[in-house]
Design a protein around this ligand. Sequence first.
Ligand SMILES: [Zn+2]
Ligand SMILES: [Zn+2]
Length: 152
Amino acid sequence: MREDYSLDAVKEIFTKFLVERKHRKTPERYAILERVYQYDGHFNAELLYKSMQNDYRVSLATIYNTLDLFLQCKLIVKHQFGDQIAQYEKTFGAATHNHMVCTICGRIKEFSDKKVGKMIQNKRFAQFDVSYYSLYLYGICKKCKVEREKAT
Ligand SMILES: [Zn+2]
Ligand SMILES: [Zn+2]
């Protein structure tokens, strides 16, 4: 993941990908890309779909198809937090971070840890090149813990 980026650079990657794969360069796809890169943090397809409705009449199917293209050219990553619906996140401009997922309420908190990052970066795998990482910690958030203690 890279923290320095410009939207133009992101669009360029996407254009190259579309040309290579012989996909059409539709204005909707670029509009969706711009919207996706306005999100800081996680979003899901429904949320993105709703936010697009004022400017573009894109269907939810188009949203899903386009997100799939972004995934293929690694402009976004997909998260599956437990049994929640899939969440997406941009890759450029987002610092490498990890996720803490509450298994009761589903709340997600992000955290970074330089030590963990260094450890993973320094790790060498014989048959694998690491491009980025993300850890998921599952547990119980403070709010749920307090509520559970109240209940007992
Ligand atoms: Zn995240
Ligand atoms: Zn919770």
